[in-house]
Design a binder for this molecule. Sequence first.
Ligand code: G3P
Length: 217
Amino acid sequence: MKFFIDTANLTQIREAQTLGILDGVTTNPSLMAKEGITGTENIKNHYKAICDIVEGDVSAEVIGTTYEEMIKEGEELAALHPQIVVKLPMIKDGVKACKYFSDNGIKTNVTLVFSAGQALLAAKAGATYVSPFIGRLDDISTDGLHLISEIRKVYDNYNFQTEILAASVRHTMHINNCAKIGADVMTGPLSAIEGLLKHPLTDIGLEKFLADYKKGN
Ligand code: G3P
């Protein structure tokens, strides 16, 4: 499973890159705003800065909601750097724009996906990635992981090449379960990624190894 970090924070992106396990980055307008990045030029420069840190795909989300706006904006974003993936909302014009970019060799990430039917449409439009938001489904007492299983089944039935990018990941169990189900990618915060490192028996074991070493030296 590929690991993407879901943030626009350059320090955290560098930290994840240093760990040596990072395959890419996802951002969205809320994450950009959280870092205080505003204005078209600043946002574009920030995407370029992210691409300079990581080697993999970097999702950059369009703000426009009409087909024409999404095409114009997506083409500008894609021109910024070869690593840019144009992130499009799961709305009618977003699906049309996805098909356009797919036909023109530009990678896409269809976001705000909350049903298997939406994921099926995104795949048929040639999406590179589809982003089901599991945490937000959990938030409304609906099983987000079940959606990942459903999409996995649908894509395997028809051998769709669209990668399932489990998004709105909040904690380590989301990551573990996405891996068991067979999500192709997960995107989450650095805290969830680093949470995978932790086990009390690892800490106790290491402490004992070091104490025993000191006894003999
Ligand atoms: O990748 C989508 C993600 O940013 C949404 O996460 O935690 O705001 O639901 P969250």
